[in-house]
Design a protein around this ligand. Sequence first.
Ligand code: SAH
Length: 341
Amino acid sequence: MSIYDLTIDELTEYFLKIDEKKYYATELFSWLYAKDKRITSFSEASNIKKETREKLSKDFTISNIEIVTVEKAKDVRKYLFKLNDKEHVEAVLMNHDYGNSLCISSQVGCNMGCKFCESGRRKKVRNLTTGEMVEQIIKVEDESNLRISHVVIMGIGEPFDNYDNICNFIRIINHPKGLNIGARHITVSTCGLVPKILEFANFPYQVNLAISLHAPNDKLRKEIMPIAKVYPLKDLINAIKVYLEKTNRRVTFEYIMLDGVNDKEEHALELVNLLKGINSYVNLIPYNETDALQYKRSKPLTIAKFYDILKKNNITVTIRREFGGTISAACGQLRSKKEDI
Ligand code: SAH
């Protein structure tokens, strides 16, 4: 098992179980996560006694993923990682004026089958472990020499299809002795798994929730997102209302602009109706075209018109700034080039 799988509470439990001092959990967290420490072997944790360090080496591994390649473009880097079972996932680092944001993967492949998404063309092979998600941040910080201040779980995979590991991942990276990334700087994006949205409403961290909406009615949504056949918009919107009531956190709706599919005036008006009275904002995402899929990006003028209709109707709306198109690091393009399918 990876030491990065454990929250500080689980680590405390471990030390108690082996009759050790429980404050070792805090000590070890700082050996693992403090920028100037970052041990690669337990033998380096010098203030933990020798027998305990040896026990730790027997029970846990430290490094479990490695960087295979880094592709760089202006303000963006794409990392390809190899996992212990030789599978690959990707993460994307973006340099914003407000900090450095890392988009991480949560699964190998994805079962949601969104028609427009390149990452989902490969079915889910397995969930990433908590440690494999934590390590994406550690490895990128070490390689880039930058501090990651923001994390978005929007890479390969559906985070709510890997719910427990995602929650532990958040507990670890948010912990002051862990990576100390503010909850408000962490965003989980889901295609809309209703039971998990309801569960997440009780998760006591002030993280951001983004919903991949992409269509203003069930008919269209079902055509491009199979998950809509399981959870119709009515159920999704109801779950979001519960979430809003419990958390008081504004949700983000992501809406990719697909030429001739969901970008007409009537769609914008339908969207206004759907979101009326919901504390939210809409992020319009110019679609990133990929070779294997037939969808096209909406024309800039169409996007601008769509934006204006939302704005005029008092919906808070932004158009997403684009990163990484030239190195296939943009949303929905993440997949290993090694997966030749
Ligand atoms: N499964 C999660 C998170 C991963 S996808 C989810 O569905 O939210 C992250 C975002 O990228 C989603 O909004 C997804 O719909 C969007 N996306 C997928 N393919 C895209 C593409 N080619 N261009 C732009 N956005 C895309």
